[in-house]
Design a protein around this ligand. Structure first.
Ligand SMILES: [Ca+2]
Length: 412
């Protein structure tokens, strides 16, 4: 069961002119859209691991290591999306419709939403997404928000954007828009919206394909990518496609369908994400510079209702394989590594939520290998939108409902 980084590395194909040519040839043969054939982004040394499958590991899990219960601490949250703590113990919660709420350290919901939130397009899956304080928030006061930004020309189009601001007297001030995906679209699906700081002055923002599948492989399109920026919005000089006029410099990875959960690995510092598959095929991935995660060329899912095949199968040289696959889909959302001490048996686990799966999922990891999967709290908190570990070491959840709540998870 031990699959170390070294063994994975040794299985990669060395980058070479021949391999690059091979990439170009098969990319040109793909049928997902002319954009891909123009400028293949596929990586020659893709990691061709064999993923684990949720259905195998859940079936093998007889009983959870720790039986937990969830307690609703704050009710009356409307389609809550993201939870963050401030240094004084207060919490901030976004509601997808476009409101930012403050919860005091003793779990009292401020009835008055925070003012000055930018205009958001709230439709289908679009709206206000992540709220994340800067790692040095205590000294610089920057709060980052991801949201669906309406087109300034009022043409009905919108796209995922990133801004930062400071919170002063219940209001966002000093606002700076840092990024907006291009092109915008009228499709209300798959907007990503998670923000992760890497602790080195950079941040990642996850995006989605907007329900317009070929865009995830279109080289001059932000859709279906993870982007990487300096904390002030500048494009890092070492981003993988900087200096490539056929590509976009913000892009860090592509071929990502819709990422609504992302977290930095506590020891490697790498960005781990999951993404929604279509019908089946939710994935866990490690996002690496310049890699292509395959959507919609390869997937373990199929088309909704019809069950027909998407793309070319489940694997292709040069396209990343996921670590773990959920078929049927659980609608993955929210992610946190558990490194606290409050629940010692969970140390080192990866926690994530299921929307349609209506559960908290705990993955027991050995490096990059999932050893065990537990489905916890099934049906008890509804559609789990966000999963965070609080400063007290307990796990907190937000559920996606018109009358949702902030929940604390503790051993029963
Ligand atoms: Ca994939």
């Amino acid at each position: 069961m031990h699959q170390t980084t070294d063994t994975l590395t040794s299985r990669r194909h060395p980058a070479s002119p021949t391999a690059f040519l091979a990439c170009c040839v098969w990319a040109a043969l793909l049928s997902v859209g002319p954009a891909l054939a123009q400028a293949p982004i596929a990586h020659a040394d893709a990691n061709q691991r064999t993923p684990t499958f949720s259905k195998d590991l859940v079936a093998a899990t007889a009983a959870p290591a720790v039986v937990v219960q969830a307690t609703a601490l704050v009710r009356g949250l409307k389609n809550a999306w993201s939870l963050a703590w401030l240094p004084n113990g207060d919490m901030l919660v976004t509601e997808r419709g476009g409101t930012l709420r403050r919860i005091t350290a003793d779990f009292q919901l401020d009835p008055k939403p925070i003012e000055g939130v930018p205009a958001v397009k709230a439709a289908v899956q679009a709206g206000l997404f992540d709220v994340v304080p800067h790692p040095q928030y205590a000294s610089n006061g920057w709060l980052y928000l991801a949201y669906a930004e309406p087109s300034p020309t009022d043409d009905g189009e919108y796209g995922t954007a990133l801004m930062r601001a400071r919170l002063k007297d219940g209001r966002l001030v000093d606002q700076q828009k840092l990024f907006a995906m291009s092109p915008k679209s009228r499709r209300g699906f798959h907007l990503g919206g998670r923000i992760v700081f890497d602790g080195k002055g950079y941040l990642y923002l996850t995006l989605g394909d907007r329900g317009e599948m070929p865009r995830a492989q279109a080289p001059r399109d932000h859709a279906g990518s993870v982007i990487r920026l300096h904390d002030d919005g500048r494009v890092p000089a070492d981003n993988p496609f900087v200096g490539r006029p056929d590509q976009l410099p913000e892009v860090f990875s592509r071929g990502n369908r819709n990422i609504q959960g992302a977290a930095l690995h506590p020891s490697t510092g790498e960005l781990w994400t999951h993404e929604h598959g279509p019908q089946g095929g939710d994935e866990l991935n490690i996002i690496r510079a310049g890699r292509n995660y395959g959507w919609p060329i390869i997937t373990y899912g199929v088309n909704y209702v019809t069950g027909t095949k998407i793309g070319e199968g489940t694997a292709r040289e040069g396209l990343e394989q996921p670590l773990h696959v959920w078929t049927p889909s659980i609608g993955v959302s929210g992610m946190a590594f558990y490194t606290a001490n409050a629940i010692p048996q969970w140390k080192g686990s990866l926690l994530l939520g299921g929307l349609s799966g209506q559960s908290l999922v705990r993955l027991v990891m050995d490096g990059e290998r999932v050893l065990r999967e537990e489905r916890l709290l099934f049906g008890e908190v509804g559609r789990v939108r966000d999963v965070r570990v609080g400063p007290d070491g307990w796990v907190y959840l937000l559920n996606d409902a018109p009358d949702g709540a902030l929940w604390r998870v503790q051993p029963r």
